[in-house]
Design a protein around this ligand. Structure first.
Ligand code: DO4
Ligand code: MG
Length: 280
């Protein structure tokens, strides 16, 4: 099943496999009970193509699959490739080796829901950063109990020059307008299912493909339930949360994103496409 959020004349509305849900069926509502319960309700709606008192989603624009008050968090250095690249770029290389091996994962706050860019929206590079990359990441949607409800595609757009200068600058390298893109929809899936999904990144500059890379979530060093358990261990998410799970595809040191670049990321059956803003 695929959940999509639409901007209708009656306000944001979710649909499941094209069937509009009542306005009361928000993502927050779906994520405040065990996943089995929500999956069952959604399954019945799809099976019976149940017409409910819901806004018309026919032809309505698709918006980012996250609500305003949900938070997006991110995990870092979960793949060997990310560890190696960060050691190379950083003035303090050993922090990355240590976190890659440690029992406790690196988790950081990425964005509030209202700042997330959806499919087709503009991502940005910082005006004070010379070296910038997209980070294509499996992004899991987690309920209040920390269970995996499904997945979407995330782009953890980052400044490598700012993070490389000093790891304490991480929030500035990671959290700014247009740095967090998520979408286009949410695929309902278990933690097991998301542990073996292909990831593909393509970056086009005009007609030319200037970077292409592939990976699979099975290359991740950590298990998804380990990441989600750490996420909710001492922080409550009554409306659920999104967790980007780290990147395994890092363009070479000679690559930086440019205004106008078009970044396409595929994870499993979803593709997220964003252009880098030409007017920063
Ligand atoms: O440690 C910095 C961030 C790492 C990250 O975002 C990633 O590995 O994806
Ligand atoms: Mg990342």
């Amino acid at each position: 099943m695929i959940l999509t959020r639409y901007s209708t004349k009656d306000g944001p509305t979710w649909g499941v496999d094209g069937v509009a849900l009542p306005k009361t069926m928000t993502l927050a509502f779906m994520l405040c009970v065990p996943v089995e319960n929500t999956w069952r309700v959604l399954g019945n709606i799809v099976k019976n193509q149940r017409k409910m008192d819901a806004p018309d989603i026919e032809g309505a624009p698709v918006i980012a699959p996250v609500e305003e008050d949900q938070e997006v968090w991110a995990a870092g250095v979960t793949y060997l490739r990310s560890k190696v690249e960060r050691e190379a770029e950083s003035t303090v290389a050993d922090v990355y080796a240590k976190v890659y091996e440690a029992e406790r994962p690196e988790l950081f706050f990425k964005s509030i829901g209202s700042r997330v860019v959806g499919n087709g929206g503009k991502i940005r590079i910082r005006r004070d950063s010379a070296w910038n990359v997209p980070e294509p990441e499996l992004t899991v949607v987690v309920n209040k109990l920390g269970e995996v409800f499904g997945y979407t595609v995330g782009n953890d757009v980052s400044s490598r020059s700012i993070e490389g200068e000093n790891p304490l600058y991480l929030p500035q390298a990671k959290c700014y307008d247009g740095s967090c893109a998520v979408g286009p929809s949410i695929v309902v899936a278990t933690a097991e299912e998301v542990a073996n999904l292909p990831i593909h990144l393509s970056i086009k500059r005009g007609e030319e493909e200037v970077f292409v890379g592939d990976a699979n979530t099975s290359q991740m060093k950590r298990a998804i339930p380990d990441l989600t358990e750490h996420l909710i261990r001492e922080t409550s998410f009554p409306k659920g949360a999104l967790l980007m799970t780290g990147t395994c595809i890092v363009p070479g040191t000679d690559f930086t994103l440019m205004p106008g670049d078009v970044v396409s990321i595929t994870v499993g059956e979803l593709t997220l496409i964003n252009e880098v803003d030409r007017n920063p």
